[in-house]
Every structure is written in C-alpha cells, then in structure tokens.
Ligand binder design. Sequence first.
Ligand code: DX5
Ligand code: ZN
Length: 215
Amino acid sequence: MEVKISPSMLASDFANLQSELDKCKNGGADLIHLDVMDGHFVPNISMGIPVIAALKKVCSVPFDVHLMISDPYRYVDEFVKAGADIISFHVECDSDIEKTIDSIINAGCKAALAVKPNTPIESVYPYLDKLSMVLVMTVEPGFGGQSFMESTMPKITALRKKCPDIDIQVDGGINADTVKIAGRAGANVFVAGSAVFNSTDPAKTICTLKENAKL
Ligand code: DX5
Ligand code: ZN
C-alpha cells in the first residue's frame, strides 16, 4: 500500500496558515488534514467552510476534510464546493450514513467513514463498497496533542484483513514511534498534527514519518 502523510492543520500556526501549508507541500505531504468541529459532536470548535475555501486558493495538495460534526449530511455540498477532495465523517453522527456517503460521491468527492476509539470496526462494514478510506481514530476526537491509543490497533488489523486495498487512515498521537505501530497493524494514511508542527523542521518530520511507517 502507498504510504500517505496528512499533516493536521489544527496544530499549525493559525496566524500564518499559508506558510504552514507551504511547509507541508515542500515536505512532501500527500494530503492536508482539516479538522472541522461543531462544539456539539465534540466539545471543541475549530475551523469551517470559509477557512477551507480560502486555503484551497493557495494550496495544490489535496484536502482531506475530517468532519467532527453532528449533521454532516447538511453540509456536504458546501464542503465540496469549498475544496474538499476527501470527506471523512463519523459513523456515530446523527445523519443517515448511506445518504451522506451517496451525497459526497455524487458531489464528485471521495467518501470516508471515521470511527471513534470505542466504536467497533464492524460498524463501517455495510458501507465498504462505497468508501475510499476508513479513518480509525487513535484518540478521542476533539483535541490535538493527545496520546496514541494502541488498543485501537486490532480494528486496523481486522479491516486490513477484510480489505487489502482500502486506504486505512489513523488520526491522533501519531509520531515517529507510533507511526510504526499503526503501519505494522495495516494503516497506510497517517494524520500528524503536533508531531509535524511542533517540530523544528516540519519537512524533515514528514519525511521521517513516511520512512518509519514502513518499518
Ligand atoms: C483530533 C483531530 C486530529 C488532531 C491530531 O480530534 O481529529 O486530526 O489534529 O492531532 P495530533 O497529531 O496532535 O494528535
Ligand atoms: Zn482529524
């Protein structure tokens, strides 16, 4: 499987988003991870549609938009219009899952389903045919800078066994060490916020993550 690194802008300097995006691009980031929170599905509020639309104008790396919101169905078209290339939403949300996936795909975007650490991976199985990616959260969604939960790894192993070709993304607490654990379990798309943006050399960190994911 191709290894992809998706730096999470949540950990970037919000006063300098354009230069932070440039660092990701120059470091060889494969995707840009944008965390959208509504203060309802998760106890935090981050960025939204206008910010993503503005960033899209200055960045050519594909946008991987992670919706931590209660009613993703309602906003699909707006996020696609803003520039999302992949939209992940949570299987635990209030929207109709099938309808939301169909609406993402019909809008010309790739659809992904995310599961919180305590949600069984089987919850995504009915939708696998339509999904480009499954996001297995390795922390409770809502905040950056938390510790990687290794207890989520069996879900990745099970999904990789069932679907040898699907993109499996991990998000939360990914660094130069934990990327190896998730990679060995079968993940191939790695979100990293603090590891990239708290590093003195983000480009080098992206490179290290990519190499270590295969170790
Ligand atoms: C958490 C977000 C993550 C977060 C990861 O709810 O979904 O994408 O930015 O941050 P780190 O890599 O610092 O754990
Ligand atoms: Zn995320």
